[in-house]
Design a protein around this ligand. Structure first.
Ligand SMILES: [Zn+2]
Ligand SMILES: [Zn+2]
Ligand SMILES: [Zn+2]
Length: 205
């Protein structure tokens, strides 16, 4: 894999609405993780480095809660940007990537959080940003149904990892993932036919 020297981490502070954007050296992240705090002192995103992955706790500027996620080393330190979406609202709430990508995405997020706007712009992070936003809002509807998103391990807790052309739903308990393509109209149509989604768990089932 290609690794970046520096990763920029960004989120929207749920307490004061500020955009929190800070760079970290890749080697420092790999060695000891990171804590990225808002200047207001009321929110902090933490990254814990484990052997082959990173555990994140992300304050969510969209729903006001906190979301946890696990990211493979490859995703965290690779040269492509990665976003995390709020499972409650289907909106992106955290970005990790190149500084300009993170700045642009957080700018969009702060606009969206303020007035549900900002769509249809040119957006290099996603193959098709309109489809991506439709897929995220469909996922939000599925998640709102009783047992909308489940894992065969029995869990109903999950995180969403947003990639340029797909969204991965990752079971918070067993780590299994379900990939939802999000690049074409067909991908969207296929998702809209689904009433619920099930992740195939890593153990049991
Ligand atoms: Zn703040
Ligand atoms: Zn949230
Ligand atoms: Zn599971």
């Amino acid at each position: 894999m290609t690794t970046s020297q520096t990763r920029t981490i960004g989120y929207l502070c749920p307490a004061c609405r500020a955009k929190v954007i800070q760079p970290r050296a890749a080697f420092a992240l790999a060695a000891s993780g990171a804590a990225v705090s808002c200047a207001c002192g009321r929110s902090c995103l933490t990254i814990d480095a484990e052997e082959r992955r990173f555990r994140l706790a992300v304050p969510c500027g969209v729903c006001g809660g906190e979301h946890t996620a696990a990211l493979d080393t490859e995703r965290m330190l690779g040269d492509k940007g990665v976003g995390l979406a709020c499972p409650q609202t289907g909106q992106l709430c955290c970005f990790i990537g190149a500084d300009y990508e993170v700045e642009r995405e957080l700018e969009r997020l702060s606009l969206a959080a303020d007035k549900e706007a900002a769509r249809g712009e040119d957006d290099a992070l996603f193959t098709d940003s309109l489809i991506m936003h439709e897929v995220l809002s469909e996922l939000k509807e599925i998640a709102a149904r009783p047992h909308g998103v489940t894992c065969t391990c029995g869990s109903e807790r999950y995180t969403m990892e947003v990639r340029p052309a797909c969204v991965d739903l990752i079971c918070a308990d067993c780590g299994a993932r379900l990939r939802v393509d999000a690049a074409t109209d067909e991908d969207l149509d296929r998702l809209c036919c689904r009433w619920t989604l099930q992740i195939k768990g890593n153990q049991g089932g």
